[in-house]
Design a protein around this ligand. Sequence first.
Ligand SMILES: Cc1ncc(COP(=O)(O)O)c(C=O)c1O
Length: 497
Amino acid sequence: MTELPTPSFETPPAEILERLAALRRDDAPTHGGHVLSYVYDSGLAELDELAASAIRAMQPVNGLDPTTFGSVAVMEREVVSFTRALLNGDDSVVGSVTTGGTESCLLAVKTARDNWRNAGGEGMPRLLAPVSVHAAFQKAAHYFGLGLDLVPVDIVTGIVDADRLIERLGDDVALVVVSAPSYPHAALDPVVAVAAACAERQIDCHVDACIGGLVLPFWEGLEPWDFRVAGVTSMSADLHKFGYAPKGVSVLLQRGRDRQRTQYFATTRWPGYPVVNPTMLGSKSAGPLAASWAILHALGLAGFAELAASCARSTRSLIQVIEGIRGLRVVGTPVGPLLAIATDEGAPEHDRVDPHHWADQVRQHGWLLQLQPALTQTDGSRLPRTTHLTITPVTEGVLADLSVALVTAADQVRGIPGITAEDALGSLPADAAAALGAAAGPIDSEASYAMLVAIGLGGGGALPNRMAPFLALIEALPPQLSERLLTELIARLVEPR
Ligand SMILES: Cc1ncc(COP(=O)(O)O)c(C=O)c1O
């Protein structure tokens, strides 16, 4: 036998792992409930260990080919079967495991676009949705060449009026998307009314349950929002959110085999191996699939129900706490374990609490909330700035401390007016203001970076400790400009130094 090469390591593995541990120490904490977005902590260390072992077992496998790696097919089948049952899909519902919510949303749109074209649709198809639909659908419209028609939602409740959406249906609509619930306001869109109107006109209707899919089935008192509704043609549900799996796994379910087959890309027209991809990637990790599969089996329906009940209790408590805070209000009627918090405009000015000052102050107490900017809708009405909280099972254990932080922080910033667009622009150094004012057309990387430096954000991607001024600037700038500057900020972060 020929001896294989055994190169010596340039850096010993232990040293590399030490460096990694040091890097990780500077990250926001993924466990313990202090970060109320991005991470979904079940609070069960055993579940994390199980997921890690499952990933390890699948580490060398290529999820590209379920015929070579049969384990991938079995696990995917079982994951699809579990989520289909949970979302009340019958035998006509089939599905795929994707790498995350965004990929599920992208594929839902691509599939609908292609089915619309196959049915004779010509020209540019339209994607119709409430403005609160996840940004992944803006991305999908951008990638796949659909016009985006975003319907304003109520500026107080975040809820879309079903009739307002339905009146915009037309032959050029390839897909309507509603959310269960929406990320920005935790609003459960009017699935029944919208899906019925879509079915009448044979228009596809996607329910984006990326965040709600594994938790709303255990929420009480909701009108149907899943495959029980006849007009719902597809659904997305993320296992790396309330499925408690590590990042990289979501499910896209489609009603009808023929609808779903359009999702696939297959080619035998190259000199390599025949390619058949149900999802966007080619070679891919099967680790997150295995982890979520293991978690579904470990928890079962009863386990998910218990964790959802914990989320529901914590959400109710936090709503009470926030409703008790003078100057803040909970937006609408949150459905699911997430909240948007806005200023209570009904309170006298000296009692009002700006949600962004509040979030910054809460951070000083060791809790990370997510700031959401105000937004002008197509009808000119303006959605207020809000602060987002995602509540997970682990929240229940820290509820008392979190509540104290929320109340204390509000007391500390009550009466301080929110930063206005004028404040944000007025506080810029003169050269930054001039540069921003002059930026009419496309701006290149150097000019973008110069602006970032001028406004104090040139520090290699580091964001300021206080985010309220930064968000106010995002609200104040034309979106093309803020999007360009943010692109530069993030791109510079990973450039070799
Ligand atoms: C409703 C909804 N849809 C889609 C997504 C996108 O998911 P991901 O971040 O996994 O790509 C999210 C993420 O929060 C979401 O809440």
